[in-house]
Design a protein around this ligand. Sequence first.
Ligand code: NAD
Length: 491
Amino acid sequence: MRSRPSEAYIDGRWVQGAGGQLAIVNPATEIEVALALDAAPETVAAAVRSARLAFELSGWREAPLGGRASVIEAATDILAARADELAVLGTTEMGAPISVSRAMVAGSLALIRTYIDASESLCYSYIRRDAAGQSLIERGPVGVVGAITPWNGPLAATINKVIPALLTGCSVVLKPAPETPFDPGILAEALTAAGLPDGVFNVVTGGAATGAALVEAEGVDKISFTGSTSAGRKVGEVCGRLFRRQSLELGGKSAAIVLDDAPLEDTVRNVVSGNFFNSGQACIAITRVLLPARRAEEFIDAIAERTVALRLGDPLDEATEIGPLVTRRQLDRVAAYVGGALSEGATCAVGGVRPESTSRGWFFEPTILTGVGNQMTVAREEVFGPVMSVIAYQDEAEAVAIANDSAYGLHGAVFSADPERAVKIARSLQTGSASVNSSGLTPATPYGGVKGSGVGREHGPEGLASFLEYHAVVVPAEVADRRQLAGTPVL
Ligand code: NAD
């Protein structure tokens, strides 16, 4: 396990930073395994200065797109050679079962390819003609990006910000979650080895105060934040005051609508994996499962049977399906939500307690709460743990109303034997995305929420666009004509 008690990655190398230290604790053993810098504002400021200078002078933003993509491809090869190390790191830092960590690393590397493909599909320069004249419109990098990530998918969250920012020509300062500080450093080393100019990508580790210093830092043009809705609100307020561009990928309370004709086995498999993947620590987890009242018992029995069979234990064991929660605080939070639900009238069909089979580690049994009402706290707030709330409904209209009655709007799912019927309902969900007869997203599907789930999108061309800014020049007709003849499109 690497340990970097006092260093930040600034200007293409590890340097001593100011600040305290973060203790990294393995959630399966409760043993401290490493230290990382808890960077003070002056170190954040130094990283932003480095990024600013690199943005102005390194030549990265002027480099042809193909040149930028080649550096990123070379870095991806270096990361691929370190995939095992990255997977073990994810498991040690945050407790994800090793099979989940491996899948997350492989998925993160595949994500890079989708961003490169998307960067080739965007139009960066075009002509607009109207009755009063013509203009040349260009889309260029927004500038210096401050990126802030959570712990639950450390490499993917890093890549979702750093790769589109770099492809568009931006410079970046990234602050990872204090629980998972090391993945971005490995990416930084790979990018430097692949030829990224010094200062274009910088990493400062730390907690909320370090993040807040980055959001406020002079010289930052855009904040790209992924985390909880409460922290996102604070970040958004500061960005509003400073007129700083922002994208906020926040929490969720997504609903899965199981229609009355849904096939039992496939639906149950998806609902269980869509809730308990990464021990329920996933923003798009479909944590409110809406069952038709007349088939509720049949589904609950099948969901319970599959959930009880999930293997909980040592996350480094290849057979483990449920690891520990990331921190003691998270474990206490999850237990409190379950206790609260029971006192509000829900029933615990499965789990609801810490497992007897483990003597240490922040484990919590996968839990199914039935008889949940959509007004109960457990149905309204994000638990971020292995807790499924089952809500019964009478008809389709009521199911859609329950799904949309939420402060969040990240994702949703609809299950039916008739996919077109399900698509119609999926389109009526007030969320950023929804899936039919599955629970997840593909790497190029636009990803982000409405309402309390945030502002903006990641993935694909939509994700890249959030790192681009427009600049328009009204030009004489002869300039537009000449450019058009040379191939600039008219849009
Ligand atoms: P968190 O909000 O506590 O922290 C997220 C990051 O923000 C961390 O790096 C943290 O240090 C930093 N931070 C906290 N307060 C800050 C502030 N005031 N200013 C600047 N930075 C600040 O969230 P978490 O516990 O690390 O992650 C879990 C949350 O992330 C869940 O709510 C989950 O739904 C959300 N999430 C959302 C997505 C998405 O794409 N929508 C993806 C993954 C996780």
